[in-house]
Design a protein around this ligand. Structure first.
Ligand code: S3P
Length: 443
């Protein structure tokens, strides 16, 4: 069953154990990058396993607007014929990123490398998220933007060639790193990003696959990443691995519903993304990875998860980059663990698709869970979970899925005001949850 805008109010309720095997949907981060690099490259990039979520469909449309030929061949299979040496052209109409922060930051970065004019827009949630974190360094490189408040809508104006820079982002952000690397492809010289903490490295991996030499040097907990421009890209086939951030919801459901035992196949195990799996194992969760193999330049594995007795732990700030999107669902899992789980360094959650720190806290407290925000930490004490609330999801797909998963383990059903945003990252969420036996649906 696909939930649509018209049957958006949705509830989940506790019922029977979950069982069966499902395949994780394509990774959102890699899907954006496959389309963008394909549109920059010379030749045709054949993509398999692309996530066909709304965020990615907006990126596909944006790539067409800049001049790439993007063809949907069959489910998950897309062909992108890039602009190559001719470069991207000025789009005729505004480029709409929808709800997608990754699409917005990466595409604005990539387009900044070309002498073109473009207007950028997004939905209500994206239009209040900070773009200054990419606009400021891109402006330092010589790009020209008009933006009222450092948010969308904004305009890139024609302004000539970019200069390379060496930049230390103030926040650990793969989006900022990626935007600058993509802009750096069209400079004369070395663009360098100094990360104080390692963030997901999918842009670097995929640039290398497309023939760009990327220099990476570890430095303490961070790294120096650089490329030498100008750097042309040559199309290569891309296989998109399964998304660990989407798998997290399936894993959580099996951990908290008594008697459950499930397998999730094809999950990407890139160490810059697997922080949650390590935390869950430390909490005593039965989260067993098996059948490791390589696919599309990444390691993938199958994960078996069983209902487990969990114990609270303290999750330090240093974990944030490897599980930044997983805190809402970790907080839900913590509600079923013995003791108080402390999650530190969550300031960045305030500028995601919604204020996720506040939203996660609210969804727990309204369902009878003891939770507290202290500075940029979230503390969740496990115990009986009453459920029964109707949760505001603030156009945030991860809050929506987290609330529904909470309902599977709670004493009473949990309802959300709007399920439509789930399609941005996980359009098959309801189908997969139903195939595992979960009781979730429109009310
Ligand atoms: C992403 C990076 C993260 C993450 C987002 C996807 C990416 O954002 O939250 O969902 O694909 O690069 P930040 O880099 O801003 O932390």
């Amino acid at each position: 069953m696909k939930i649509t805008e018209t049957d958006a109010k949705t509830a989940s309720k506790p019922e029977k154990p979950l069982s069966g095997a499902v395949r994780a949907p394509g990774d959102k981060s890699i899907s954006h990058r496959a389309l963008i690099l394909g549109a920059l490259a010379e030749g045709t990039t054949q993509i398999t396993g692309l996530l066909e979520g709304d965020d990615i469909l907006h990126t596909a449309q944006a790539m067409r607007a800049f001049g790439a030929d993007v063809q949907h061949i069959s489910p998950g299979e897309w062909h992108v014929t890039g602009c190559g040496p001719e470069g991207w052209k000025s789009p005729k109409t505004p480029v709409d990123f929808g709800n997608a922060g990754t699409g917005a930051r990466l595409i604005v970065g990539a387009a900044a490398g070309f002498d073109l004019q473009a207007n950028y827009v997004g939905d209500a949630s994206l239009s209040v998220r900070p773009m200054g974190r990419v606009l400021d360094p891109l402006t330092e490189m010589g790009a020209k933007f008009k933006s009222g408040k450092g948010t969308l809508p904004l305009t890139q104006t024609k302004g000539g060639a970019l200069n390379p820079i060496s930049f230390t982002p103030p926040h650990a952000s793969a989006q900022v790193k990626s935007a600058l690397l993509l802009a750096g492809l069209n400079t004369n010289g070395r663009t360098e990003i100094i990360e104080t903490r390692i963030t997901r490295d999918h842009t670097e991996n995929m640039l290398e696959a497309f023939g760009v030499s990327v220099t990476r040097k570890r430095e303490g907990q961070g790294a120096r990443v650089s490329i030498q421009g100008p750097a042309p890209l040559k199309a290569v086939p891309v296989t998109v691995p399964g998304d660990p951030s989407s798998a997290a919801f399936l894993i959580a459901s099996a951990l908290i519903v008594p008697g459950s035992d499930i397998i999730i196949e094809n999950v990407m195990m890139n160490p810059s993304r697997t922080g949650l799996f390590e935390v869950l194992t430390e909490m005593g969760g039965f989260v067993r990875t098996d059948n490791f193999r390589r696919s599309g330049g990444e390691t993938i594995a199958d994960i078996q998860v069983r209902h487990s007795k969990l114990t609270a732990i303290s999750v330090p700030k240093s974990r944030v980059p490897s599980m930044v999107d997983e805190y809402p669902i970790l907080a839900v899992i913590a509600a079923f663990a013995k003791g108080t789980t402390e999650m530190r360094g969550l300031g960045e959650l305030r500028v995601k698709e919604s204020d996720r720190l506040a939203g996660t806290h609210a969804l727990l407290v309204e369902n009878g869970v003891s939770a507290e925000i202290r500075g940029d930490s979230l503390l969740v004490t496990g115990g009986p979970v009453a459920g029964g609330a109707t949760i505001k999801t603030h156009h945030d797909h991860r809050l929506a899925m987290s609330a529904l998963i909470l309902g599977l383990g709670a004493d009473a059903p949990v309802t959300i005001d709007d399920a439509s945003m789930i399609a941005t990252s996980f359009p098959d969420f309801f189908d997969l949850m139903h195939s595992l036996g979960a009781s979730i649906g429109a009310v």
